[in-house]
Write a protein that binds this ligand. Structure first.
Ligand code: ADP
Ligand code: GLC
Length: 477
């Protein structure tokens, strides 16, 4: 097996706030058959420390950004792990990023700089005689690793940086660079500086040997000012070293025939018992229209404010909506208040994976009206569970859902409904179209069967990652 170190701030099932965790948790299993053995480096949050088995220490710091730290090698949730234990940075309850009030921890810059620094040290020294040929870095939390790597000595392993979300730079004030042990040399517009600030996201993009993002459409979108979050120029400058590789889902974990959280089914007909349970669970009255669900982080990215505006287009046609989500307090409040007023709408605020499975299993349709979506995993889960995705035509949503236009219906390839531009008006129109399709039982059943047969696993993308690993790999010196 060839050796690669995957570095991230979350990893399912150990710690998850979104799709990043699913991807980081799935990559080792997806790449093992291609000859790449991945070890995943994670911060030692309490949940990760608790799950760590068979561990032994492999590295120590007397002082790492404010306190002692130790790196453990072990396993957890079936994965090979390196875990950075640093109580002063990670021994905190709740979200990996936010305090109890939902605010980012004020020292997030050093919390994840420490992770990047540990990655660079493993890259140079190895851990327990294990030497990675590739560093696979995910999002801004790992973005400073190539800066530390360059500062720390001769050329180390090859670096692959994956952008899961361009909206998060992980910025901190430029004056913090000494505190973060960053070299002066790179603090300029060609390096890790972003308008006087430190941008770990930019560092990853600029210094990695190759950059990937999680869908071909998003790879193009982020070269434009609309989606580039201020780094579209940097992305254009790296053209030729950027690829879009679609995420997959773990089709063993997301399998409606074997899922222990649902009434299992193999064909759309088998969804009926799940649908009935879901209606009861959200106390929704019967209606002639589709039972729709939303399972989502509640942030501006996800377009749920637009859905609040467009809702009458669904409810007036006898459609129903069950929402599960958490995030922005204002959005949570707005959805809760709306549910008080609309009998056809049920809302649960929280994060609950088992409930999300029952929702995909019972739903006729899943709504994903994102303003931008690097890849999106909910629509992939929805397809597999025979729930028709209604999605905005952006990012990975555009690459994974085939709109039920007349040509696609005729060819029998339609799997969902897509809309553009991302406005409440276009969304309302799409909801009306969804209801019309649902009213035709034959068309609907055909779309469901097609959806369930969509390729959503890693089989299409794992070879692309393996090929890139092989391309950037540098054997230990
Ligand atoms: P993002 O990473 O931007 O949140 P993705 O669609 O890639 O979007 O991944 C989100 C993942 O998190 C999916 O697996 C989705 O089902 C899950 N998820 C999001 N919100 C919730 C929630 N409130 N409860 C349970 N699962 C959720
Ligand atoms: C990010 C994106 C999402 C993507 C996930 C995994 O959270 O918002 O679109 O699917 O990362 O790559």
């Amino acid at each position: 097996m060839r050796a690669a170190l995957s570095v991230a701030s979350e990893c399912a099932p150990l710690v998850k706030t979104g799709g990043l965790a699913d991807v980081v948790g799935a990559l080792p299993g997806a790449l093992a058959p291609m000859g790449w053995g991945l070890v995943t480096l994670l911060p030692g949050y309490p949940r990760v420390m608790a799950a760590l088995g068979g561990a032994h220490p492999v590295m120590e710091w007397a002082e790492l950004f404010g306190g002692p730290a130790r790196l453990w090698a072990g396993t957890g949730a079936g994965l090979r792990l390196l875990v950075l234990e640093a109580a002063h940075l990670y021994e905190r309850p709740g979200s990996p990023y936010l305090d109890a009030e939902g605010e980012p921890w004020p020292d997030n810059d050093r919390r994840f700089a420490a992770l990047a620094l540990a990655a660079a040290r493993v890259a140079h020294e190895g851990a327990d005689g294990w030497h990675p040929e590739v560093l696979h870095l995910h999002d801004w939390q790992a973005g400073l690793a190539p800066v530390y790597l360059r500062a720390g000595g001769p050329q180390g392993p090859g670096c692959l940086f994956t952008i899961h979300n361009m909206a998060f730079h992980g910025l901190s004030p430029g004056r913090r660079r000494a505190a973060l042990a960053l070299p002066e040399a790179g603090f300029n517009p060609e390096g890790y500086e972003y308008h006087g600030q430190i941008s770990p996201l930019k560092a990853g993009i600029v210094y990695a040997d190759h950059v990937t993002t999680v869908s071909p459409t998003y790879a193009h979108e982020i070269t434009t000012p609309e989606f580039g979050a201020g780094l579209d120029g940097v992305m254009r400058a790296r053209e030729g070293a950027v690829s879009g590789i679609l995420n997959g889902i773990d089709t063993d974990l997301w399998n409606p025939a074997t899922d222990p959280d649902i009434h299992p089914f193999r064909s759309p007909r088998g969804k009926a018992a799940n649908r009935a349970r879901l209606m009861a669970e959200f106390a929704l009255p019967e209606g002639p229209g589709p039972l729709c669900v939303v399972v989502s982080r509640m942030t501006g990215q996800k377009g749920l404010d637009l859905l609040l505006e467009a809702l009458p287009a669904l409810l007036s046609r006898g459609g129903r909506l069950a929402v599960l989500g958490t995030g922005d307090r204002a959005l949570e409040r707005a959805w809760r208040a709306r549910a008080e007023a609309e009998p056809g709408l049920g809302v649960m605020v929280g994060f609950d994976e088992a409930l999300s499975r029952r929702m995909f299993a019972g739903a006729d349709a899943v709504l994903v009206p994102s303003r931008f979506e690097p890849c999106g995993l909910t629509q992939l889960c929805a397809l597999r569970y025979g729930a028709i995705p209604l999605v905005s035509r952006v990012g990975g949503l555009n690459d994974t859902v085939i709109d039920a236009n007349p040509a696609a219906l005729l060819a029998g390839v339609a799997t969902g409904v897509t809309f553009a531009p991302v406005t409440s008006h276009a969304l309302a129109h799409a909801l009306a179209r969804l209801c019309a399709l649902h009213a035709d039982a034959d068309i609907w059943a055909r779309m469901q069967r097609r959806a369930m047969a969509s390729p959503g696993g890693w089989e299409r993308s794992a070879p692309d990652y393996a090929a890139l690993y092989t391309r950037v790999a540098r054997p230990p010196a």
